[in-house]
Design a protein around this ligand. Structure first.
Ligand code: MG
Length: 266
């Protein structure tokens, strides 16, 4: 056992003692779970059960967004998107969708957003190549910080907090609601931005996600900026930041992207 794990264990025991909470009394007592890198990246952890999504959640791309939504992509052009240098986005647009042009980097919205409801359709390549994290990988980054993973998770084993609809390296989806490669899938994301006070985190971000109409993240408290093989932590950032889409060197497609801004809750 690592020293860090032992120290975390001692800390939790102390916290339990100080707060008067006993293990098994989790109804009245909140003790944060220690973050374990070994578990997070272990593909032999139990996989979320597979659920075949219904068909009602499949949105036709000609369908209209809600009247108060800001349209971020209507299938025609990337006028709402920039590359990481602030230049016009270089991804391909055809047949009503945008597609990652690998090597051109992530793209982000011109506009900044905080708390929001975000809808996005996505599809991983119909022709399967690669495996694990190398298959249809992209991602939706809220506030340019917090990734809801996009991956081909249809019969494709990986560590559960890295599969489609995970909060990457933090929270596996409740179930695997993935459609087959090449098929259009949907995310409906409800995101509450983090609140910083005096440069420190005062209230973590919270995210709820529906994948193909199925609840996969239920009011999850985000642990910090998405990181790879590091314990996530918060770093103070502005109240509003762009939404970004990841170039992970797989030609993943997106369409029908709209957002509704939400006012912050007290
Ligand atoms: Mg990704």
């Amino acid at each position: 056992m690592k020293v860090k794990t032992i120290l975390t264990g001692i800390f939790v025991i102390l916290l339990v003692t100080v707060t008067g909470c006993s293990t098994g009394n989790t109804d009245t007592c909140y003790v944060p779970k220690p973050y374990d890198l070994d578990i997070m990246y272990d593909e032999d952890q139990p996989q979320p059960p597979v659920v075949t999504p219904g068909t009602a959640s499949t949105q036709d791309r000609t369908g209209k967004a809600p009247s108060d939504a800001i349209i971020l992509f209507d299938g025609r052009d990337l006028s709402q998107w920039l590359d990481s240098d602030g230049n016009p986005a270089k991804w391909k647009v055809e047949n009503g969708y945008m597609e990652v042009v690998t090597g051109t980097g992530q793209i982000h919205t011109k506009q900044n957003f905080g708390s929001c409801q975000l809808h996005i359709d996505w599809a991983t390549p119909a022709e399967v190549s690669g495996e694990g994290q190398g298959r249809g990988n992209s991602g939706v980054f809220l506030m340019n910080q917090y990734e809801v993973q996009v991956l081909d998770s249809y019969n494709n084993k990986t560590y559960p907090p890295g599969m489609a609809a995970s909060v990457y390296s933090q929270s596996p989806p409740l179930v695997n609601a993935s459609r087959a490669p090449g098929e259009w899938q949907t995310y409906d994301i409800i995101f509450r931005r983090p609140i910083f006070k005096g440069g420190k985190i005062a209230k973590p971000a919270i995210v709820t996600v529906f994948h193909n109409g199925i609840l996969v993240q239920d009011h999850f408290e985000i642990m910090g900026t998405t990181a790879f093989k590091e314990v996530p932590k918060y770093e103070a950032h502005p109240d509003r930041m762009p939404i970004s889409l990841q170039d992970h060197r797989n030609p993943t497609r997106f369409r029908n992207i709209w957002i509704r801004e939400l006012s912050d809750m007290e």
